[in-house]
Design a protein around this ligand. Structure first.
Ligand SMILES: Nc1nc2c(ncn2[C@@H]2O[C@H](COP(=O)(O)OP(=O)(O)OP(=O)(O)O)[C@@H](O)[C@H]2O)c(=O)[nH]1
Ligand SMILES: [Mg+2]
Ligand SMILES: [Zn+2]
Length: 307
């Protein structure tokens, strides 16, 4: 047994399928079929794609021995240590669902992740794609309208994505919005499998629908994840923050936060609410304010002891 045999290997988890991990070592070596030590299950920790881990080699191969403290983590999509989340929605086919997008921006704001909005399939409705882009720009978010089909906006987005060196980023959004197609257009060398246009009748999902989170290394210490599409159902229970914190997770509310008549204003229906008025005047986008009301409603009935 030599000394290298015993020294731990630092690595990043790229994917986990059926309990087996694929990782890339600090030295750039891809290692597959890695197992997690049983003790993690005992402790209720599941190593996730994006985790920085330390491996040990034993007779049966590499084993995850230690998981470095995370910046953040998610169960759906299963990811850790995210810096940037590209929230992908299509202007048509499927129709955009604003509440889904806004839940994602709120989750990002709450976890210290930078949300970036990407509107796909822009060739199907250029006007609408630009309207959505403008909406999110006005909230202070970087936003892009692109078409993988017509190769428009791809260069600009590529410049932006590849400029984020050292970041862990992910593309997320509803199933079929074109995440995998877009990652393929941005990084053809990754050769991602994406849908070919046929929708399987049996499962009503794309034939090549992405089934597991996979992280790709795009540069030194820089990773990009493709994730399985989510549905509204995944977000049914929305209760990760207190209702009092919710207004702070909408950055465009900031200038109005302390201008309401009542100090304990919930910004839902009070007289003299500066945020409600800004929405009525169209200074704050009505759809976004609608998302606020809907999310507020989701969490307001949560009993104190549950917090
Ligand atoms: N019209 C049009 N269709 C597109 C565009 N980009 C992708 N599509 C189509 O949209 C469908 C879904 O594409 P995918 O890339 O598999 O979508 P996805 O978001 O990865 O889907 P999941 O993996 O199921 O979450 C496919 O039929 C693509 O051909 C585009 O720019 N314009
Ligand atoms: Mg996909
Ligand atoms: Zn108010």
């Amino acid at each position: 047994m030599n000394s290298t045999y015993n020294s731990p290997v630092k690595a990043r988890i790229l994917s986990c399928i059926g309990g087996r991990y694929s990782v890339i070592s600090d030295g750039g070596e891809n290692i597959n079929n890695v197992y997690a030590k049983g003790v993690f299950r005992h402790l209720g920790i599941k190593p996730l794609p994006g985790d920085i881990v330390y491996l040990r080699e034993d007779e049966s191969g590499y084993v995850i021995n230690e998981v470095e403290k995370r910046k953040n983590s998610f169960i759906r999509p299963a990811l850790a240590n995210l810096d940037i989340l590209y929230i992908v929605l299509s202007c048509r086919k499927p129709e955009p669902v604003h509440i889904l997008t806004d839940k994602m921006t709120v989750i990002c704001e709450n976890s210290g992740i930078r949300p970036v909005i990407v509107i796909t399939k822009s060739e199907l409705d250029k006007k609408r794609a630009n309207e959505i882009k403008k909406l999110y720009l006005s909230c202070g978010y970087d936003s892009f309208a692109v078409s993988s089909a017509e190769n428009t906006g791809i260069d600009g987005l590529k410049k932006y994505v590849s400029g984020k060196k050292g970041a862990v980023s992910a593309f997320c959004g509803a199933s079929g919005v074109g995440k995998s197609t877009l990652i393929n257009a941005l990084y053809p060398e990754l050769d991602l499998v994406c849908e070919t246009g046929q929708i399987s009748k049996k499962i009503e999902r794309g034939k090549n629908t992405t089934r597991a989170v996979t992280l790709y290394q795009t540069d030194k210490n820089t990773f990009l994840a493709d994730t399985p599409g989510f549905s509204l159902l995944d977000f049914e229970k929305f209760d990760f923050c207190k209702k009092e914190e919710l207004p702070y997770l909408f950055p465009e509310f900031e200038p109005y936060l302390f201008k309401c008549k009542y100090t304990k204003c919930t910004h839902t229906k009070e007289d003299g609410c500066a945020i409600k008025k800004a929405a009525e005047d169209g200074v704050i986008n009505k759809e976004r304010y609608g998302s606020y009301l809907s999310l507020y409603d989701d969490i307001k009935d949560k009993k104190e002891w549950e917090n």
